[in-house]
Design a protein around this ligand. Sequence first.
Ligand SMILES: O=C(O)C1=C[C@@H](OP(=O)(O)O)[C@@H](O)[C@H](O)C1
Ligand SMILES: C=C(OP(=O)(O)O)C(=O)O
Length: 409
Amino acid sequence: MNLKLTTNSPFTIDDSQLNITGSKSETNRLLLLKALFPNITLANTSNSDDSEVMQKALAGNDEIVDIHHAGTAMRFLTAYFSVNEGREVVLTGSSRMQERPIKILVDALRQLGVEISYEKEEGYPPIRIKGKKVTASKVNLAANVSSQYISALLLVASKLDNGLELTLEGEITSIPYIKMTLALLNDLDIKTSFEGNVIKVFPKESVESKEMVVESDWSSASYFFSLVALSESAKITLSSYKENSLQGDSELVSLYEKMGVKTTFQGNKMTLEKVAGFNYQDVNFELNNTPDIAQTIVVTCLGLGIGCHLTGLHTLKIKETDRLEALRIELTKLGANISVTNDSLTLVKSENINQDVKIGTYNDHRMAMAFAPLAIKVPIIIDDAEVVSKSYPDFWNDLKALNFQVSEL
Ligand SMILES: O=C(O)C1=C[C@@H](OP(=O)(O)O)[C@@H](O)[C@H](O)C1
Ligand SMILES: C=C(OP(=O)(O)O)C(=O)O
């Protein structure tokens, strides 16, 4: 489905309200923890495809489990099935998922005595897992490729007889996601420690019954930070968000202050407002902690006519697509002067943006959503627009509610 996006000009948003679905990251952690500790209950869970496949995989008893494009489901379930004694599964995914490396996690689980083999290519899904009782408790693994390998081990650790001690090697990437995992374990009174490059999780047979309420998704909120930044004037209130969030992408507040967006909090509501008369300057951001908002930010900069230099982007090439290359190709189509390296991106400021460009989305929900706010500046076409359902199924309806004209081509 191709969608053409346009807006009135100048584009203004009066005091609009939106309720955003639960965090995909928090939800997929809590779905696994609920499988280990069935007496916890969950509220405000994500309605994303990724959480749906996670839920289905945990509820089923299939010999072949297909998690499609869901990276956290692939990684977290690899650990889950590994410690599920007596269960043998083949864990697979989309063709792109079969290009996203999992060797670091498989090697770590093999250190713990788990039997895992590759069905196709060495180092990549699909993998065959023979679950076993794990008594080993020490493991080393590289921490500079994906934090999800670490979170996967941490999530199952408390159910191991002797807990788990992880020694992380190299620079630790996407740290806020590791901290999110530990915070959720701590919420369930599971004892952990994180000192230097060593993380410990202590054994815990059972937890107190408790309702775990998922905060709405900050990565999904990023598209409204961009939309407010690009508007003539705008005020949008989003729920339900916390000022002190477990999600690293809450850094959006300070990042978008530098692009003319003021954020205030009241209870579980977050209000974004365009700052009138803002003095825009080129921006330089280090995004090692917040990789998922890189696409949002660079498109905002293009729309504002400012330059940007973004670093800490080394994980982008192994996500839903090679996001650096996808950005370079699609921004070039819009007339942008863009260059990328293995871990950075530079946009030279420009006033001109080509209109009616068809944006390729590469099976990547964030390519579709990051480029959508640019319709405030020029008419734009989004190819394969359904991809948004990976994390935010209601995205196009929410844009329509903000007076975007969204028409199917
Ligand atoms: O743990 C998580 O929920 C996630 C971790 C990040 O991946 P990396 O750790 O591979 O950067 C992020 O990109 C992804 O959207 C969700
Ligand atoms: C990279 C992402 O998710 P995953 O790694 O879970 O596929 C994302 O949502 O941007």
